[in-house]
Design a protein around this ligand. Structure first.
Ligand SMILES: *[C@@H]1O[C@H](CO)[C@@H](O)[C@H](O)[C@H]1NC(C)=O
Ligand SMILES: *[C@@H]1O[C@H](CO)[C@@H](O)[C@H](O)[C@H]1NC(C)=O
Ligand SMILES: *[C@@H]1O[C@H](CO)[C@@H](O)[C@H](O)[C@H]1NC(C)=O
Ligand SMILES: *[C@@H]1O[C@H](CO)[C@@H](O)[C@H](O)[C@H]1NC(C)=O
Ligand SMILES: *[C@@H]1O[C@H](CO)[C@@H](O)[C@H](O)[C@H]1NC(C)=O
Length: 687
């Protein structure tokens, strides 16, 4: 029996009760002053949230109920009087996983029962701070856990990147199910996303008589679903120790991902865990823009109506005019005056931003075609919504300085305009639209022949080289991809959207859901550190080379008859792996776009593909500079053989155990799986 110290009961959060049947029972409605045993990164926030992970340094965090629980012996024996049998128990908790990026996570966490609070030999990342490479699967662990896993680790035979698993001494779950719940009314399975940032509740019950574990989950404040998500036979008498600690374990990885537990209750010896008091749930920190208060939502339309009816009727036309053309101007902008456009002009140029004038929509905003009044110049106007004013001055300064660059392979930036929450960028209009439309045959665009492709590739390379090395200052593009390459009237490739990703850099605007850049083009070191360099541009350029030569996107959701050698082992096609597969077989030309019908310069295509792979080297130091890339392309230097590291590359990536380059690379790939739907890949693909 666990004796609860009187001072503990007096504390706010925890209520320790000795249950009638001789079991143990406790409730934490929030964790402020709860006295949990914490280690590693685990922390209780001032609001009373249990925060298990707080950084990206591949650390661990553990939080345990401080007293051990006696699963066998005196307390447990009352259940049918048997000894040697681990007692039934029931637990429930509310959690939330809040990732820096809404669609990206790199680890999960677990509820666990462990013989000791010392988990110092366990490893972070995919080991969730519970096991290490050699102890995984070892019965001596005496660990029972329920994992909430947000990464699909093939080495633990995970079913997907959003599942709940019952773990007995091993991360290879003995049973697992995709996160979700069965609707009581319809009986249908509803999916839940663990990384949705929304609080959810989990119930875990162990029935000793039946030797069965059941797990259920639901959105917070919902009743427990009648049908559990998962139930599995496992006799915990043969697993857990006589006395054990109960708590949570979590690990961090390269993406900042916070694992919160909001409240928790536990009961030993039959019967359901005490209900949680939702009114006492600590508040999660707000992410994203301030939600409009409910009062405001109700009051606003009424107030607006009243105001419109009473006061503004007279000045209506005037007011509308003013609002329509309202801009944001600050003192520091004076020096950029010549580059500043009046919103009114842009509004008129684009016919009031009509859908008819829409040229495209990408990760950063919508682009409209316009004709400037007076000069009658054709322009493309990009509307980028942006709340944060932080860094705006630097950004505008950069925009203006980029605007001074003239190069035939860069889309000319003419100027900008600022409104509340919005930035408008004005570019030269490119008649033939973006390159990806031609590669993937959207909008009935003709397929480009090889001569056109190599011309575009060389053009883009020379534009990028100019930015990196030949202009007065180094400018990093940050988002090179086919959909950012535009074709002018002469089918000359021009790089657009320079430096725009900078607006969304980490820190400047944390609530943004953009990953800076586009999955499939992001260099591993950039995902890890968030820092863009010329070499991360080279990486993206490598992906671009493969994309143009193979006519395929860097990452594709597998839909049709794929199954080609080198395709990723789950339902995703990873272009670089596929090309590498062909290269290893000595038949790299097989990767060239079939739409060319065999009509291409084999030596050139071979060079471009190998150059693409070289640029895509996971280690930045092994990538060429744009100057070298240019020399390889025009034949003035010989492209060296691919580094031998590439030969074993996939194997290393699959191991994914260490935080080295290869580990991060592979994590990035699993992360890409969950992000595929939000990137530009799909935005432009669907159009
Ligand atoms: C994370 O938590 C640990 C342990 O409480 C603390 O030492 C560390 O400073 C925290 N890190 C951050 C980035 O808040
Ligand atoms: C793995 O964990 C086990 C059990 O905790 C421990 O005995 C062993 O030393 C650990 N191995 C490594 C390589 O850390
Ligand atoms: C876990 O699953 C993987 C993949 O199926 C397998 O190779 C490995 O041996 C399993 N490990 C344990 C401890 O069961
Ligand atoms: C739920 O998720 C599974 C895969 O985990 C998917 O096959 C299914 O279509 C999803 N159902 C709904 C209603 O979204
Ligand atoms: C579970 O294992 C214990 C110890 O081996 C045994 O006494 C008990 O009968 C088992 N329970 C069930 C339901 O099989």
């Amino acid at each position: 029996m666990v004796v609860s110290a009187p001072w503990l009961v007096a504390l706010a959060a925890v209520v320790l009760v000795v249950a009638g049947g001789g079991g143990v029972e406790f409730v934490y409605d929030g964790f402020a002053g709860a006295g949990l045993a914490l280690d590693g990164m685990a922390n209780v926030t001032p609001e009373g949230l249990l925060l298990l992970t707080n950084d990206t340094d591949m650390n661990k965090g553990h939080a345990f109920h401080p007293e051990p629980v006696r699963f066998r012996g005196a307390a447990a024996a009352t259940e049918g009087g048997r000894t040697g049998v681990a007692s039934s128990f029931s637990t429930t908790f509310v959690f939330a996983i809040v990732s820096e990026f809404i669609d990206l996570s790199t680890s999960g966490f677990a509820f666990l029962v462990a013989p000791s609070r010392d988990l110092s030999t366990a490893m972070p990342q995919q080991y969730l701070g519970m096991f290490n490479g050699s102890s995984n699967g070892d019965p001596r662990n005496q660990i029972f856990a329920v994992e909430l896993d947000t990464v699909r680790n093939p080495e633990f035979a995970d079913i997907n990147n959003n599942h709940i698993g019952v773990d007995v001494n091993s991360l290879n779950s003995s049973a697992a199910a995709a996160a979700g719940y069965y609707d009581d009314a319809t009986g249908e399975l509803q999916n839940l996303s663990l990384i949705s940032r929304k609080p959810m509740q989990v119930w875990v019950d162990y029935d000793a008589a039946a030797a069965e574990v059941t797990v259920a989950m639901a959105p917070v404040r919902w009743p427990r679903p009648k049908r559990p998500l998962l139930s599995t036979k496992v006799n915990l008498s043969t697993v857990i120790s006589d006395t054990a600690y109960v708590g949570f374990s979590s690990a961090s990885s390269i993406v900042l991902c916070k694992h919160y537990v909001l409240s928790w209750s536990f009961r030993l010896g039959g019967g359901a865990a005490p209900a949680l008091d939702y009114s006492k749930l600590p508040k999660l920190p707000r992410i994203g823009p301030k939600p409009r208060s409910e009062a405001l939502t109700v009051a606003l339309p009424i107030a607006t109506t009243a105001v419109v009816l009473a006061a503004v009727a007279v000045g209506f036309i005037l007011l509308r005019r003013r609002l329509r053309y309202a801009e944001l101007r600050e003192d520091w902008e004076v020096e950029f005056g010549p580059h500043r456009f009046a919103f009114k002009d842009l509004y008129n140029a684009t016919g009031g931003f009509k859908d008819k004038k829409l040229l495209g929509a990408g990760g950063f905003g919508r682009v409209y075609k316009g004709v400037l009044p007076v000069s009658r110049t054709e322009v493309a106007v990009k509307r980028v919504s942006h709340e944060s004013r932080q860094g705006m001055k630097e950004f505008i300064a950069e925009v203006v300085s980029i605007g001074r660059i003239r190069h035939r392979n860069l889309v000319q930036l003419l100027g900008y305009c600022r409104r509340k929450g919005e930035l408008l960028l004005v570019y030269d209009y490119m008649q033939n639209g973006s390159l990806d439309k031609y590669l993937y045959g959207c909008d009935e665009k003709p397929v480009l022949d090889w001569a056109q492709r190599i011309y575009i590739i060389k053009g883009v390379a020379s534009g990028l080289l100019y930015m990196h090395e030949d202009w007065e200052q180094v400018v990093i593009h940050r988002d090179i991809k086919a959909s950012n390459v535009l074709l002018d009237g002469d089918m000359n490739g021009r790089l657009g959207d320079f430096g725009l990703a900078r607006l969304y850099d980490h820190g400047a605007d944390p609530q943004t859901t953009h990953v800076v850049g586009t999955m499939g083009y992001l260099a591993p070191e950039m995902v890890r550190s968030g820092k863009a360099t010329t070499l991360s541009d080279v990486f993206a350029f490598g992906a671009f080379l493969l994309e143009v030569t193979c006519g395929r996107r860097p990452i594709e959701e597998e839909e049709e008859e794929e199954g080609v050698a080198g395709a990723d082992d789950d339902d995703r096609f990873v272009l670089v792996d596929w090309v590498l597969g062909h290269w290893r077989k000595g038949a790299i030309s097989d990767a060239v776009d079939a739409k060319l019908g065999g009509e291409y310069d084999a030596a050139e295509a071979d060079l471009v593909l190998r150059l693409g792979l070289t640029c895509l080297h996971p280690s930045p130091a092994a990538r060429p500079t744009m100057r070298q890339v240019m020399q390889y392309l025009d034949g003035s230097a010989q492209l060296p053989e691919l580094p031998p590291t590439y030969v074993t590359f996939n194997m290393l990536a699959a191991m994914d155990t260490h935080q080295g380059v290869f580990g991060a690379w592979s994590v990035r790939r699993s992360a890409a799986m969950s992000i595929g739907t939000m990137s530009d890949i799909c935005l432009s693909g669907g159009r």
